[in-house]
Design a protein around this ligand. Structure first.
Ligand code: ZN
Ligand code: ZN
Length: 355
């Protein structure tokens, strides 16, 4: 395959000590740099204060972007809103989703399927308002939700001790919903961290820090592909250009999600070739004629190719290719050690020739 893109790896949906995280943004950026992350997207609750205080920018080679997490009156329908200079207000999901869009922002539905029920002190915050239109993406995998969902009084200490082993798969319901949405329009998928590095007080007296940032950064990552490196051998792009490049990749769905605890997924590619043209993830290819779908994985795994949520081909290895002419939402999942490792954004072959 030709024309390789530049890959940057980010951690999306982070809380700092501005809301319920435990450290200041510069310190978290320092930790991210030591874990080979290229960009961070912060979303403290209901405030863009850290952006107003000038905390966006480069920290060494780590790009820090600041958005915020909005919720409705019932503390449901959490929404990650980026690329905004001030808060949009609004008390329902319909309000804030449309306002983010009107103001040129970029919005992601957070932890849509959250079901945790371990403790009344930590209730679930699912997305309930699916009639809303105009969101840009969905957090298809949320580290905190998955961790909390499986917690019981019997396993909580094991989970605290081995937080990364509890990360297994995104919710199937959400993946299915995501596939269906993509049949009509592009809805991108990202992976979120969301852990606040908070302490839980067990039995009222033992404070235990769950998931320090250095551990969180070894879990769910969002990889983007850009034409120019945001930070290359001869230096990093000016902030405004780097910001633009990151959002352009995300908006186009030229990105994938990985669970780093199963291995570094840098180098994964899922592409389509049609009539001499190369299409990256997020592309919508007009139907008619045959399309070659190619997947490359940086280490061996169980590669699964899905069409509209249906498994159509699987292989154990580091390559998968197939040719098709059928319209559909095509995406790839790679499993390792019986767990989910990589989730691509889809390539869609539309039903119409000129669409
Ligand atoms: Zn939330
Ligand atoms: Zn959050």
């Amino acid at each position: 395959m030709v024309g390789d893109m530049h890959e940057s790896v980010g951690a999306v949906h982070l809380h700092s000590n501005v809301s319920d995280g435990s450290l200041p943004i510069p310190e978290i950026a320092g930790i991210a740099g030591s874990k080979s992350l290229d960009f961070l997207m912060f979303t403290d609750h209901n405030t863009l204060e850290p952006k107003r205080s000038g905390l966006e920018g480069w920290y060494g080679r780590v790009l820090v972007l600041i958005g915020y997490e909005i919720n409705d009156r019932d503390d449901k329908n959490h929404y990650l809103a980026f690329r905004l200079d001030r808060e949009v207000g609004g008390s329902t999901a319909a309000d804030y989703v449309s306002r983010v869009r009107e103001r040129g922002g970029f919005g992601i539905i957070a932890h849509p399927a959250e079901k945790r029920n371990f403790s009344e002190a930590y209730p679930p915050y699912p997305w309930t308002d699916w009639d809303v239109e105009g969101f840009d993406g969905i957090e298809i995998w949320n580290q905190l939700s998955e961790w909390m969902e499986g917690v019981t009084r019997a396993n909580i200490f094991w989970r605290i001790w081995h937080p990364l082993r509890s990360i297994r798969f995104p919710e199937w319901d959400i993946l299915r919903r995501w596939d269906r949405l993509n049949a009509d329009r592009r809805v991108i998928g990202i992976g979120g961290i969301d852990v606040h590095a908070f302490s839980l007080r067990f039995f009222g007296f033992i404070p235990v820090e769950i998931y320090p940032y250095k551990v969180q950064f070894k879990s769910i990552r969002t990889h983007i592909l850009t034409e120019r490196p945001i930070c290359g051998d001869d230096g990093c792009l000016p902030f405004a250009e780097a910001e633009k490049a990151v959002f352009a990749a995300l908006e186009q769905g030229c990105c994938f999600v990985s669970n780093y605890s199963l291995g570094d997924a840098r180098g994964f590619r899922f592409r389509a070739l049609k009539g001499g043209d190369l299409y990256e993830m997020g592309s919508r290819i007009p139907g008619g004629g045959s399309v070659r779908l190619e997947t490359m994985v940086p280490a061996k795994g169980k590669i699964r190719l899905l069409q509209d949520g249906r498994l159509i081909q699987k292989v154990s290895g580091d390559r998968l290719g197939m040719t098709t002419s059928e319209p559909g939402v095509y995406r790839v999942e790679v499993f390792k050690k019986g767990r989910g490792w990589i989730y691509s954004n889809p390539i869609v072959i539309t039903g119409k020739k000129d669409h």
